[in-house]
Design a protein around this ligand. Structure first.
Ligand SMILES: Cc1ncc(COP(=O)(O)OP(=O)(O)O)c(N)n1
Ligand SMILES: Cc1nc(C(=O)O)sc1CCOP(=O)(O)O
Length: 209
């Protein structure tokens, strides 16, 4: 496993969450603008479709040395040669994923969803490299989430693992959470549902990059 300092250097400031519903032809332009993290997240895809989508994302952004993480599925991350996996409360436990990754793909980055500082500490102890922390703001991209945590929760949880803030992030809010101690941000609507996604990417990079 790389040392935590190495992870901090490798961990992108911005993760664009990508499903097969998005326009993948925009990915190289995003990467060129400085979005160097891509998370494959597609709840409707079959396992084979997820492997194919992850490979398609890799082939579009690999030349930019961008990082590709797969949401939920360590098996898909390993099969498609991704750089990491992001795990939530109903996924493979971080500890188990770390054990498997240490044999199958040493150095694989593991992210864990956390909603408070105690969860970040627990994630670190079980082998996570970063915490996806949210929802910081209200979001329409996912239902069933707890109330927004707010920027104060980011400050309170900072300093254990690198935090990737998620939930309702835009360029102006990215600057706010970075100032509160987040390493970076993960975004769906703030990029894909904007009238000009390339302009949104540029503004996100200026704010968080
Ligand atoms: C960076 C980041 N943080 C949190 C999440 C949420 O992951 P999870 O809890 O697994 O929920 P789903 O995304 O699977 O609905 C994330 N994907 N990325
Ligand atoms: C997938 C996801 N997970 C969250 C969490 O807090 O665990 S918030 C979220 C949705 C993020 O989308 P948007 O950038 O459009 O708000």
């Amino acid at each position: 496993m790389p040392a935590k300092e190495v992870i901090v250097v490798l961990l992108p400031r911005i993760f664009a969450l990508v499903s097969s519903a998005e326009d993948l032809s925009l990915l190289p332009a995003f990467a060129e603008l400085g979005v160097r993290g891509f998370q494959v997240r597609d709840k409707a895809a079959s396992t084979r479709e997820l492997v194919a989508l992850t490979s398609a994302v890799r082939s579009r952004v690999g030349v930019f040395d961008a990082c590709v993480v797969v949401d939920d599925r360590l098996d898909v991350a390993l099969a498609a040669g991704a750089d990491g996996v992001h795990l939530g409360a109903s996924d493979l436990p971080v500890e188990a994923a770390r054990r498997i990754a240490d044999t199958a793909s040493p150095g694989l980055m593991i992210g864990a969803t956390c909603r408070d500082r105690a969860a970040v500490v627990a994630a670190q102890e079980t082998g996570a490299d970063y915490a996806g922390f949210g929802p910081v703001f209200a979001t329409t991209s996912k239902s069933g989430l707890p109330d927004p945590l707010g920027v104060e929760a980011v400050s309170a949880a900072a300093g254990v693992l690198p935090l990737i803030a998620i939930g309702g992030l835009s360029a102006s809010r990215a600057a706010e959470v970075r100032a509160a101690g987040a390493h970076g941000v993960a975004v769906i609507g703030g990029l894909w549902r904007q009238p000009d996604p390339l302009q949104a990417a540029k503004e996100l990079v200026e704010a968080a990059g």
